[in-house]
Design a protein around this ligand. Structure first.
Ligand SMILES: [Zn+2]
Ligand SMILES: [Zn+2]
Length: 397
């Protein structure tokens, strides 16, 4: 499609605050140039009608490890594109490939592969990389979850300065109780990253110190994080606040839920939405390489050193141990949130698009159907299944 072409999408338009029951979204040169009630303008050369379906912004995933058989930690551009393809066809147009625990070489390779794919991106390459989420390796020893424990360690400037100097790291995770965590957060703040605490058994005072250093987000709420009981087991009495209370008590703190229906029951999804609201709660997939693949045994993290887990097609798990992240994409999370909570549709979509974009600092260009932003548009049917995907105005699925 030439850049002169003006495409008009018509249908029920999902905006951040409301739904336009009959509206038009018009795009030119890869950008949104008009959003209005009613029909397409006369300037449109092509009209694509969603019928009784919805026009939604493309989804934004800030916590995602892989899909389609590939983990970003496989560390090759081919693996990165393979995972990006599997997410794009399910409606995720921008994502932040997420590191696991692993050696410094493995993490550097992953960052280099993502940088290369991001730099040379074309519409045929799958979801766009909006940045890398430096997630592993700075986890607390007792909270590694399904990650390989050998690949976890404490943060040292020598190591993370290398990652930050790539310029592509936009989200940075570290367990708040680790020695060196505050220096890590400060370095991440200088790089204007979204700073997050995850895989952590942090107490309230440790969270307060992290907050002062710039930490504003907690990874997958209720998974691999502290509770009042776990902090009591670590530090004794008096019982102290944990990550959970800290996030709920601070308006500036955001968090995320894995809404695959397997990790969290409906009451917890509803509780998180009610307590944090749609501007501070993100839907994430945390998906691993088994997304879009048959049930079986897979590695979480690098293809040669990652730890083993199983997928039954609904979720990843380590037999006898626990869950090992999700195997479904953001479209499933959106349908689950709509079905399992009272959140209105525009808020559910916001939590899968604008809110993660805002938190990660990319909302100027993506995350909502607003004039000036990239024409990343989904056509959803009335049951919220993804029918078509457009990235920068190109039909890609
Ligand atoms: Zn995790
Ligand atoms: Zn994860």
């Amino acid at each position: 499609m030439s850049t002169k072409t003006r495409i008009a999408f018509t249908g029920r338009v999902i905006l951040p605050e409301k739904i336009l029951e009959q509206g038009a979204v018009e795009c030119e040169g890869g950008r949104i140039v008009r959003v209005a009630k009613g029909r397409a303008s006369k300037l449109a050369n092509v009209v694509i009608d969603a019928g009784d379906g919805f026009l939604s912004p493309g989804f934004v995933d800030i916590h995602v490890h892989g899909a389609g058989g590939a983990d970003y930690m496989d560390g090759t551009p081919a693996a990165v594109r393979q995972a990006n393809h599997a997410h794009l066809r399910r409606g995720t147009t921008s994502l932040f490939p997420t590191t696991t625990t692993g050696s410094p070489e493995e993490i550097s390779r992953m960052i280099a592969a993502c940088s290369e794919v991001a730099k040379k991106w074309k519409p045929g390459d799958g979801a766009q990389i909006a940045g890398v989420h430096l997630y592993g390796p700075y986890f607390a020893a007792g909270k590694v979850g399904c990650h390989s424990v050998d690949g976890r360690r404490e943060p040292t400037p020598n190591e993370y300065d290398r990652y930050f100097s790539s310029g592509i790291v936009r989200i940075a995770t570290c367990a708040a109780e680790l020695p060196g965590a505050v220096e890590f957060y400060r370095a991440a703040r200088r790089r204007r990253c979204l700073i997050t605490c995850g895989h952590s058994d942090a107490s309230w005072p440790e969270m307060a110190q992290a907050y002062d250093a710039g930490m504003r987000h907690v990874d997958h709420f209720w998974c691999a994080m502290s509770s009042v009981a776990s902090v009591r087991a670590r530090l004794g009495t008096p019982m102290r606040g944990s990550m959970e209370q800290f996030v709920l008590a601070h308006d500036e703190m955001s968090t995320e839920v894995i809404a695959d229906g397997m990790h969290l029951a409906p009451e917890l999804l509803t509780f998180a939405w009610k307590m944090k609201g749609p501007n501070r709660l993100c839907l994430v997939t945390d998906a691993n390489r088994a997304l879009g693949m048959p049930p079986g045994r897979y590695r979480f993290g690098p293809s040669d050193t990652g730890s083993w887990f199983e997928s039954d097609g609904n979720v990843g798990f380590v037999p006898g141990s626990g869950l090992a992240s999700s195997v479904v994409a953001l479209d499933s999370m959106v349908r689950n949130m709509k079905r399992d909570t009272p959140a209105p549709l525009e808020q559910v979509i916001r939590m899968a698009s604008l809110t993660p974009a805002e938190r990660a600092g990319v909302a100027r260009s993506v995350g909502s159907l607003e004039v000036g932003k990239r024409a990343d548009v989904l056509i959803l049917d009335a049951n919220l299944h993804v029918k078509r995907v457009f990235v920068r105005g190109f039909s890609v699925f």
